[in-house]
Write a protein that binds this ligand. Structure first.
Ligand SMILES: [Mg+2]
Length: 178
């Protein structure tokens, strides 16, 4: 059961992802969660660091697609200044959004990686859909109320993974294969 929640990789931040590391693993597109992964949930404008990272991906021809459980209006507003393609109402941990993204952009499961800050939604969705995943540390420590509930259960799962040596308790800055 806990295999559902085990990420392929862990890194501190999505901004740590280098195009070269992705290319080495044949990743052509990054599917990313929105809140607390790409931007802080309480600071939707993003940061210069984010813009820099998006530039690097663009230069390397790596597609960045936002796959969010939030509604269309909220995601559209959050991404207005960033001009990124997105799937809203993704229904993570179900695979609806991931399946849609692959179909819409003509990608295969082997082409993509899902990046997110939550085991219960982002990582679980990736594992259900049988694609690789990257867990990142949430950008801000506080969470929206609905995320707080998930974090409680996540804590239990995390402790189990740590006990069984399936979780890095120290956040690194590059993709390390186990
Ligand atoms: Mg999130």
């Amino acid at each position: 059961m806990f295999a559902t929640f085990q990420p392929t990789w862990q890194i501190e931040s999505i901004y740590d992802l280098k195009a070269s590391q992705l290319k080495k693993r044949n990743i052509k597109a990054v599917l990313t969660d929105l809140d607390n992964t790409l931007i802080a949930w309480n600071n939707p404008d993003g940061t210069p660091m984010l813009r820099e990272w998006l530039q690097e991906m663009k230069k390397a021809n790596i597609l960045v697609i936002v796959v969010s459980n939030n509604n269309h209006a909220r995601v559209k507003k959050a991404l207005a200044k960033l001009d990124l393609p997105f799937i809203s109402r993704a229904l993570k941990p179900f695979s609806r959004g991931l399946r849609l993204a692959l179909k819409r952009y003509n990608l295969t499961k082997a082409d993509v990686v899902m990046v997110g800050d939550q085991l219960l939604t982002d990582v679980a969705a990736a594992n259900h859909f049988k694609i690789r995943s990257i867990l990142v540390k949430p950008i801000v420590e506080s969470d929206a109320w609905n995320t707080k509930i998930n974090r409680f259960f996540e804590g239990i799962i995390k402790n189990y993974l740590i006990k069984n040596n399936h979780f890095e308790t120290r956040w690194g800055h590059k993709l390390n294969d186990r």
